[in-house]
Design a protein around this ligand. Sequence first.
Ligand code: UT7
Length: 334
Amino acid sequence: MRLKSNAVITGVGGFVPDNILNNSDLEKMVDTNSEWIVSRTGIKERRILNDPSLATSDMAAYAVKDLLKNAGLEPEEIDCLIIATSTPDHLLLSTASIVCDKLGLVNAWATDINAACSGFLYAYTMGASLVESNRYKKVIVVGADQNSAIINYEDRNTCILFGDGAGAVLLEPTTEDVGLIDSVFKTEGKGREHLLVPGGGSKIPATPDSVAQKLHYIRQDGRVVFKAAIKGMTETCTEVLKRNDLEINDIKWLIPHQANYRIIHAVGENLGLPEDRVKVNIERYGNTTAATIPLCIWDFKDDFKYNDNMIFTAFGAGFSWGATLLKWGKLRTV
Ligand code: UT7
């Protein structure tokens, strides 16, 4: 009989493009000002992949390469690669298969999932389930998005928010009492009209008309999403705590999706968590969609100690949202 293992994060990697788009740059592009952007969103700058020869798979590959180096692993040791993205290189074929080729992950099977800003959260639980089943020993989960490819830089409602980046974690089995504990996920398809890219899929294939109507860019009803995000993340965090008999004081770190500092602050406040236990890097990267949580893990990993209880939480298009409870373990060292 095969006993169930816990799935723990043992490696971390990340990548953000060098090119910075700051608030003063945006002031020259649309009718906005830095003070408004900082006070309404907390964002000061974002990273933009501005080399036309590069795409989401390149950012994901850089993040996975960084992970492999940090963990002291060779590409052929990886069993599975899952990439959460809503900006794949191509519609028909997974970005993960491109990354396998670029890095020589010759023994990995690979696939993408799309749950927009909740993509990494969902992919992390799916990857952990593969490890817990004992079928796969080394699973890499990536969140990667090149939002600049689907942003209309004439639309001040969206262009100030989004940036590009990729983050990756390695999941491995352990018999220790650390790793993923539980996830509460929700999907409410009625919310889809409030945040989407209308064109380019099977419903509205690309035509000269769809391009003229700017249907290939992100559209968002910001206020609706804002309210739903605070409610959804607060409720799922509360539920995951309750069903595991934990109080908020048992949680050392909250790593929320970075869409708007006011959302992050409100969720922390609703949960009763002091600000210094809520991880925030939105001021440097903006909203990188599926990459926000793994980029936070990458940025703040040195703060996390063995046995720390943590919650990852996200809300995004779909609507899709949720909260995942875990205990931090130990990263591989070289
Ligand atoms: O990651 C996926 C989930 N996404 C989110 O969670 C994003 C959720 N939404 C938000 O973060 C916020 O709704 C926004 C940042 C998008 C907008 O902030 P807001 O505080 O909800 O602003 P608003 O849309 O209510 O607009 C307030 C005012 C309006 O002017 P009036 O009508 O009061 O005169 C807007 O026209 O601010 C104006 N405004 C701007 N002003 C300067 C809207 N965008 C801008 C801008 N610069 N970029």
